[in-house]
Design a protein around this ligand. Structure first.
Ligand code: EPS
Length: 349
């Protein structure tokens, strides 16, 4: 593998596999003087973790962060920060039957084609487990952005399969509502419908996609480096690097295709912009408006519903995946998208 580092000035290199002894990251370029303790990571890691509701994978990890370097007497020193989380609840026997098979729609086929070898246990390096370290690094970025620039990052699940929230305007979202349910859904009254939807889906053995929207308030004008370091370009690459992501939109995104220019343009007044179709970015540079990014997650490919696949010798086989899989990976992706937004902003700040 040749590309496990994200970012230029504030860079994060992640390592580890889902069923290996540990996962971790090395953060280089972190400013000195930030108070940092292992407990600081707990909140966001718990928001992302498996085993928190019946709607996600039942694997239970403590996700306890060990800070190995870069912090002295509770404060960052400016030297590389190494973080480690030990894996404790691997169940590799779940993968014995598919160790020599490829799941339709899964990265294991492409990994095999590229490297001629793969770690099949829990998806190995392609596992959602890797996103743990993005969230850990994002915690530091969020903290610095808030302290230094007053930037606040939030996110919510903006679509689950066919279901959409009754609230779509980020300005109208009550973040305490989003944080009070396992879906990161902005309308508490719809949560029972989501519960029933997911219960029926899980019973059927199938999976579904989702959409996550993240926003950043307080970003000053001028962040982003045209032309090849555009803020929206970096955001698209950041979100696309999350596993299972198939699409990214900035502001109105693909809806802009059917809009007239007279409707899409954000009118300007001395008091500020009158709307935000642009999602806070023009010409790859922040405008001072809220940054708005939506990300599309595909349905999980690890299904107990049988399907035609191939084995490593090229023979057709019926593939059935057992084990503890998320019927919708998007459900716990909100903190991951928030982290990637924070990491991009930290790198551009
Ligand atoms: C995952 C499959 C499951 C999930 C895992 C992601 O792995 P396992 O079979 O080991 O339980 O639990 O998610 C995590 C462990 C995590 O921390 O996100 C996959 O194939 O991506």
């Amino acid at each position: 593998m040749s590309s496990n580092r994200f970012g230029q000035l504030f860079s994060v290199t992640t390592f580890g596999e889902s069923h290996g002894p540990a996962i971790g990251c090395v953060i280089d370029g972190c400013p000195p003087g930030i108070a940092l303790a292992p407990e600081d990571f707990a909140h966001d890691l718990a928001r992302r973790a498996t085993g928190k509701s019946r709607h996600t994978s039942a694997r239970r990890e403590a996700d306890a962060v060990e800070i190995l370097s870069g912090v002295y007497e509770g404060v960052t020193t400016g030297t590389p920060i190494a973080l480690l989380i030990r894996n404790t609840d691997q169940r590799s026997k779940d993968y014995a039957n598919i160790a020599a098979q490829f799941r339709p729609g899964h990265a294991d086929y492409a990994y095999w084609q590229k490297y001629g070898i793969r770690d099949p246990r829990g998806g190995g390096r392609s596992s959602a487990r890797e996103t743990t370290m993005r969230v850990a690094a994002g915690t530091i970025a969020k903290k610095w952005l808030a302290q230094r620039h007053g930037v606040q990052v939030h996110g919510w699940l903006s679509q689950l399969g066919e279901l959409v929230p009754s609230v779509s305007d980020s300005q109208a979202i009550d973040w305490t509502v989003v944080e009070a349910n396992p879906f990161f859904w902005p309308d508490a009254a719809q949560v029972p419908e989501l519960e029933a939807y997911m219960d029926a889906l899980r019973k059927s053995g199938d999976s579904v996609g989702a959409r996550v929207t993240v926003v950043a308030d307080g970003v000053p004008p001028g962040w982003g480096a045209p032309i090849y370091g555009k803020l929206d370009g970096d955001l698209a690459a950041a979100m696309m690097s999350i596993n299972a992501v198939k699409g990214v939109e900035i502001g109105d995104g693909f809806a802009a295709v059917a809009q007239r220019g007279s409707a899409h343009r954000d009118l300007m007044t001395p008091a500020g912009f009158a709307s935000n179709h642009a999602g806070g970015v023009l010409g790859g540079i922040s405008t001072g408006q809220q940054i708005v990014v939506s990300t599309a997650f595909k349905p999980t490919s690890s299904l107990r519903l049988p399907a035609d696949g191939l084995d490593t010798d090229g023979n057709t086989v019926e593939v059935i995946t057992t084990g503890r899989h998320d019927p919708c990976v998007g459900i716990r992706a909100t903190p991951i998208c928030e982290a990637m937004l924070a990491l991009v902003l930290m790198d551009q700040a």
